[in-house]
Design a binder for this molecule. Structure first.
Ligand SMILES: C[S@@+](CC[C@H](N)C(=O)[O-])C[C@H]1O[C@@H](n2cnc3c(N)ncnc32)[C@H](O)[C@@H]1O
Length: 266
């Protein structure tokens, strides 16, 4: 199985991602990102690895004038949910199911490209950034967020999975945090023909109102289900015990930190 095929998601997985992970984490991150970006009036904006469109929708909400916004993602299932979630707007909106390294988009056609929590999953990162460079106008910008530290939640999840499920499930839980060295990201951007305009951080407070449902919405669901209900209970209890310092009135509120880069196309 190629690294790309390993990332194919079912319709049910895309829906769970939208119902649980987006409200808890990706929508707040998208909102913080869109507010920090200087969105150009009537701009042409590309959201790469858009998933179910959390950032695409935040951009549509904050973009002045009448622009063009394109959401592109490898998974047709994510694109289908993104399209179904997005209301009519004054802007032109397009959805594209495509690998980041082969975008069916014209050269130099966007003012701004965004990647929210996608870079770490691209098997060929230099090729991905070269393709984004191709579709950006000269002096266009790239906005990028990528987790800066493994969150206490994912640490707890990985430890519980390693104890009760398998090492490969624990590895999956850590995968989104696998690419977090800011200097390495800076070098990748520079090698692809970008200069880093700003680099700072965004810290979110991720809420777990229903820990069990939120854990079972993650890609490790099948690994846990394969072990049976009793093991799922053990995993959830173990995570809850590890997250006890973050418990407030029955809700876990856990910090999660992201790099936030804005780079300019040379
Ligand atoms: C953690 S999700 C982030 C989605 C979205 N940006 C958000 O904030 O909700 C990672 C996304 O990267 C997409 N992805 C992974 N590999 C990709 C590739 N090679 N080309 C395009 N998209 C890819 C996945 O389909 C998934 O939707």
């Amino acid at each position: 199985m190629s690294p790309i095929d390993a990332f194919r998601l079912s319709e049910a997985a895309a829906r769970k991602y939208q119902d649980h992970s987006v409200p808890a984490m990706f929508a707040p991150l998208a909102d913080a990102t869109a507010k920090r970006l200087n969105l150009p009036a009537n701009g042409h904006i590309l959201d790469v690895a858009c998933g179910t469109g959390a950032l695409t929708r935040a951009i549509l909400e904050h973009l002045p004038g009448q622009g063009r916004v394109v959401g592109a993602d490898l998974n047709q299932s994510m694109i289908d949910v993104a399209r179904s979630m997005t209301k009519r707007t004054v802007h032109s909106v397009e959805w594209v199911a495509s690998d980041v390294t082969a975008l069916p988009l014209d050269d130099q056609s966007f003012d701004l490209a965004c990647i929210q929590q996608g870079l770490q999953f691209f098997p060929d990162k230099p090729a991905a950034l070269a393709e984004i460079h191709r579709v950006l106008k000269p002096s266009g910008h790239l906005s990028l967020t990528c987790w800066r530290a493994i969150s206490p939640f994912n640490n707890a999840l990985a430890e519980a999975l390693a104890t009760f499920v398998s090492d490969s499930a624990a590895q999956k839980a850590r995968a989104p945090f696998s690419f977090r060295d800011g200097d390495v990201i800076t070098s990748l951007l520079q090698d692809a023909g970008f200069s880093v305009a700003t680099h700072d951080g965004i810290i979110l407070q991720r809420r777990f109102e229903d820990l069990r449902a939120q854990v079972l919405a993650l890609p490790v669901e099948q690994d846990m289900r394969a072990k049976g209900e009793a093991v799922i209970d053990q995993v959830i209890d173990d995570i809850a015990a590890r997250l006890a310092p973050y418990s407030q009135d029955g809700v876990f509120i856990v910090p999660q930190e992201a790099h936030f880069f804005v780079a300019t196309r040379a």
